[in-house]
Design a protein around this ligand. Structure first.
Ligand code: ACM
Length: 636
């Protein structure tokens, strides 16, 4: 847990700083600058909504729908101002001078002017929606301000793995809505892997007839202790994928498809075994996971990990991949196509006489160079179609493809090396909290996860630009991304639980200038309101634990426990006797004083209940007053 948040027990926090209001006006991600002006804009039924922007009709409708929801009335829409009429004006006039995706909001007592075009105007409207306070009587009072805003990074991404588990189109759209609300502009869609191929490819129907279904899945954490023996299946038709691309584009989100090669290819190989380096070998099932399925033939994997069976670099495989990529490129208009490249063991290539002969013929000194040859051949094809590739940082090994962008996941080293070679980089290091399949707290109540520890504060603390890079090299860091792998995430509800609030922290590190980062303001002022919004929208967020509670033991005799509720409208319940608190336990209303006699301990256990009834995990703090008096005396 971040230091600034960790222990406030025993210390009374002054609330005076908050009485002056939130300097970020509740907006996530924090804008570049907000300057207060004098007076207020009073929004009421008479306010006119004027759209004079080139492409803002949707944004105007979005804003009006929001006002209907918030205020219970719609604004009259118009193309032209009317004399002496208070108005909200959406305009593109002057937007060309703003940075890419930038916008301004000027609130004066007579008018709110939102300036931007395309994504900029959309983001301006979203910020406006976030800063509009609650209605009092028939009016909403909005403080006069000038907001100037634009993103730190052009690439602000979230990856969803739909291979380990399939997620329906309806969920993907719901997810995209939230990405857009937090100005995350890239949805990286991990569509193919060992445990499932999830995109219809018309030329190769077996990819989905065979590759999109696995008969079972290991139970529990790898290696597990059995097999659920229930089918996990599903794929997206090309029409569905196109519909998602369109839906995302309407929200200024680019969808980047990922087609994994040369490794993580078991599902494709199960469908077309000739793509394998050893087509006649059975899928290897480790003795560690004897329950992971049949042992005969090529299979869609039922367990997790990395598998030796990978694509063979024959002309037949390249023709297959090029044909697949042709269809992928026709569905996804994104500049980038992600080609995977991670975790491709070289064991089979070492053993294969064909691969060894190919290496000799091409003058490749090892299997890493063979992988580089593989990726470069694919890159050339993709470049020929006017697109660029992104690959996981293993594509550095054996030599980077000339135009590739590197996605740095094994820490920052790959990203640093790529930037030093003048290659574009997306930072997504698992060790820095960007793997949102990791657990969010140390509570034993956490569900089964892949492991790791990535509370939202860890993401918030991360700066995607490594300090070791020179000023020139830093410009190659194009952005940052959070990844949700779904081995242990079977349902949309659990995916939401992993995503929120962490995607809100991602949004801020991807958009806001480093100088504007303020964990205390984020956690205590803005996040609680946003979490209440998500809660109300029936999004199964992870309810944070009480602000100010340590999960480390505290020592002493007299404690003042000062906590804050992390979600607006939520409640903290607690016990001091080790029992599990529920709504029948003590309700926390103000700082509590606890006196622990010498030599004794108390256990403070808390739970947060959101307005919807969703619960946080329990958090325990041991209040420890050392050894009994006589033992302490004897020690002297
Ligand atoms: C990865 O986590 N294998 C990119």
């Amino acid at each position: 847990m971040n230091k600034a948040l960790s222990i406030f027990i025993g210390v009374l926090i002054s609330t005076s700083a908050f009485a002056q209001g939130d300097p970020n006006l509740g907006i996530i991600p924090a804008p570049v600058s907000i300057t207060r002006a004098s007076g207020n804009f009073i929004l009421d039924k008479t306010t006119l909504l004027i759209n004079q922007s080139v492409d803002g009709a949707k944004s105007a409708d979005l804003l009006n729908a929001f006002i209907v929801n918030k205020a219970g009335f719609a604004l009259r829409e118009s193309k032209l101002p009317q004399p002496n009429q208070k108005s909200i004006l959406l305009t593109s006039a002057g937007a060309d001078k703003l940075p890419a995706e930038g916008y301004t909001i000027k609130v004066s007592p007579t008018q709110i002017v939102i300036t931007g075009k395309g994504a900029g105007l959309f983001y301006g409207v979203e910020s406006a929606m976030q800063m509009i306070p609650e209605k009092i009587g028939e009016k909403i009072t909005i403080p006069a301000v000038m907001i100037n805003d634009y993103p730190r990074f052009g690439y602000r991404g979230a990856m969803l793995d739909v291979c380990r588990h399939y997620f329906p189109v309806s969920f993907i759209k719901k997810y995209i809505d939230q990405l857009a609300y937090y100005k995350i502009n890239t949805f990286h869609w991990h569509l193919t892997d060992d445990q499932g191929w999830r995109l219809e490819i018309k030329k190769y129907p077996k990819l989905t007839q065979i590759g999109s279904t696995r008969p079972g899945t290991i139970i529990g954490n790898y290696p597990g202790n059995g097999n659920y023996l229930t089918e996990v299946k599903g794929f997206y038709t090309q029409d569905e994928a196109k519909d998602i691309v369109k839906y995302a584009a309407e929200r200024y989100i680019t969808v980047i498809p990922e087609i994994e090669l040369p490794g993580h290819a078991s599902a494709a190989i199960a469908a077309y075994p000739e793509l394998s380096t050893f087509p006649n070998r059975d899928t290897f099932i480790s003795d560690k996971t004897p329950w992971a399925g049949a042992r005969k033939g090529k299979l869609v994997q039922q367990t997790w990990g990395v598998f030796d069976d990978i694509f063979t670099p024959t002309d037949n495989t390249f023709t297959f991949l090029e044909n697949v990529l042709d269809e992928v490129i026709a569905i996804f208009p994104s500049k980038y196509i992600h080609i995977g490249g991670d975790e491709a063991p070289k064991t089979y290539w070492k053993e294969s006489p064909f691969c060894q002969a190919l290496m000799k013929e091409k003058g490749l000194k090892d299997e890493h160079e063979l992988q580089s040859y593989f990726i470069q051949r694919i890159e050339k094809y993709v470049n020929g179609k006017g697109r660029s590739i992104i690959g996981w940082d293993e594509i550095l090994e054996g030599g980077l493809a000339p135009n590739a962008t590197v996605m740095s996941w094994r820490g920052e080293a790959g990203g640093i090396a790529a930037a030093q070679q003048n290659h574009d980089v997306i930072m997504t290091p698992g060790s820095m909290g960007l793997y949102i399949d990791h657990k969010q707290s140390n509570s034993p109540d956490e569900p089964v996860t892949i492991g790791g520890f990535a509370p939202y504060q860890k993401i918030y603390a991360y700066d995607p630009i490594p300090k070791v890079l020179t000023a020139d090299q830093r410009k190659y860091i194009k952005g940052v991304q959070a990844n949700m792998w779904t081995e242990y995430i079977k349902t949309p509800e659990k995916a939401e639980n992993h995503a929120f609030p962490r995607l809100l922290a991602l949004s801020e590190i991807a958009w806001s200038p480093v100088e504007r980062k303020d964990l205390k303001n984020f956690s205590e002022e803005r996040l609680p309101k946003h979490l209440a919004r998500l809660d109300k929208m029936n999004i199964n967020l992870w309810v944070p634990t009480p602000i100010g509670q340590s999960d480390k033991p505290l020592t002493g005799g007299d404690f003042t426990i000062d906590l804050k509720v992390p979600i607006t409208g939520g409640k903290i319940y607690y016990s001091l006797d080790g029992s599990r608190p529920s709504e029948n336990a003590f309700l926390y209303t103000s700082p509590i004083k606890v006196t622990v006699p010498q030599g004794e301990k108390r256990v403070l256990t808390t739970i947060v209940v959101a307005p919807s009834g969703k619960r946080s995990v329990t958090t325990k703090t041991i209040l420890d007053n050392g050894a009994p008096a006589e033992k302490a005396e004897a020690k002297k």
